[in-house]
Design a protein around this ligand. Structure first.
Ligand SMILES: Nc1ncnc2c1ncn2[C@@H]1O[C@H](COP(=O)(O)OP(=O)(O)O)[C@@H](O)[C@H]1O
Ligand SMILES: [Mg+2]
Length: 342
């Protein structure tokens, strides 16, 4: 195992990649634990860069901190949760400590978010058209009439049939797939530089899921994306790079190719282990024996060690996320680069 110096690896990566749009450093999000002196760290020291034009997949089991990482980027971690450490920069501007009104502007203009449940992002008692026009008017300097035109095109762009009529519809009058498209239209209407899609296709059936992924793919020329999913198949379809998250930490990062063909972290190996080799398009994350640490557990060493069949005594110390053979890994005992997932 050779550890490439971080600066050398960084230089190599920079040479290969676009400008950094979002830069997250040492992000920590905590929730208080009722009746306990210490808080629970839902996000525990997460750092990553998002580059112009890339689709970055954030993958991991439920509860690993994916949504809290995403909500941090938008400044909407639900109370009593709180960002207690770290910094988030959008290009050269720090955005984690902005006043509420400026943060709202960032949310519409710079970063758009699509949720798993469209009803989280849509107002149930207002028509689709009024929600779209209001957002366009708030963020773009346009008249109501112009905003209505923008709203019409936004629906048309996401492939909604009869968009003119659909402007009058209320969210509950639409099918799940159409509602999801409306939410995507709303997230894109002000042309944000970055889109965050949090399990945006999870609730949809396979055909509609494929259509939505196609939509995102077509959108990639205009927006950089963070795709959050527990479904490695969805990630494999459109991501350029993958970050695997476990218990609030990133445990492995690599290109989609690297992660799919030679996962190094035993947790990633576990996530991929049931993937049929002839078809990486529809693999599902398979249950790995055991459960992730819960809010009750204070984890000292590697958080995956209790479930890891390669754990050794050194795993009682926490492994840092560092470059190992050019791959970012937090593991004392990574699988070899040539070993295939079983
Ligand atoms: N409202 C909340 N109150 C207390 N803990 C929470 C709350 N929301 C999330 N958490 C904790 O944060 C952890 C990470 O949650 P989340 O980011 O939603 O995970 P993921 O999106 O990966 O499924 C959860 O395991 C949970 O313990
Ligand atoms: Mg989530």
């Amino acid at each position: 195992m050779s550890i490439v110096s971080e600066s050398a690896a960084d230089a190599a990566r920079t040479a290969l990649s676009g400008d950094t749009i979002l830069s997250v450093k040492d992000l920590v999000v905590e929730f208080p634990r009722p009746g306990q002196p210490t808080n629970f760290r839902a996000v525990n020291g997460v750092s990553f860069d998002l580059r112009q034009g890339e689709t970055l997949g954030l993958v991991g089991e439920s509860g690993s901190g994916k949504s809290m990482t995403a909500l941090s980027l938008l400044g909407i971690v639900p109370a009593p949760g709180k960002i207690i450490e770290g910094s988030i920069n959008l290009r050269d501007r720090r955005i984690d400590d902005l006043p509420v009104n400026e943060l709202r502007r960032v949310r519409g203009n710079d970063i758009g978010m699509v949720f798993q449940d469209p009803m989280t992002g849509l107002n149930p008692v207002r028509s689709v058209g009024s929600q779209l026009t209001e957002s366009a008017m708030r963020h773009q300097n346009v008249s109501k009439r112009e905003a209505l035109e923008i709203a019409y095109h936004a629906l048309d762009d996401v492939g909604i049939p009869a968009p003119r009529e659909r402007l009058q519809a209320f969210p509950h009058e639409l099918s799940g797939g159409l509602r999801q498209r409306v939410m995507i239209a709303l997230a894109l209407i002000n042309h944000p530089e970055v889109i965050i899609a949090d399990e945006a296709t999870t609730a949809l059936d396979a055909t509609i899921q494929a259509q939505i992924l196609d939509l995102f793919r077509e959108r990639l020329s205009v927006a950089t994306m963070i795709l959050i999913t527990h479904d490695m198949g969805v990630a494999a379809e459109i991501c350029d790079r993958i970050m695997v998250m476990y218990a609030g930490r990133i445990v492995e990062t690599g290109t989609i190719e690297e992660v799919l063909t030679s996962p190094r972290h035993p947790y990633t190996v576990g996530l991929l282990s049931a993937v049929p080799k002839f078809d990486i398009r529809r693999p599902k994350l398979v249950p790995i024996p055991g459960i992730p640490p819960t809010a009750e557990d204070i984890v000292r060493g590697c958080p995956f060690a209790p479930r890891c069949r390669f754990a050794e005594s050194k795993c009682d110390d926490r492994p840092a996320l560092e470059y190992t053979d050019g791959r970012l890994l937090a593991c004392w005992n990574p699988r070899s680069a040539t070993e295939q997932p079983q």
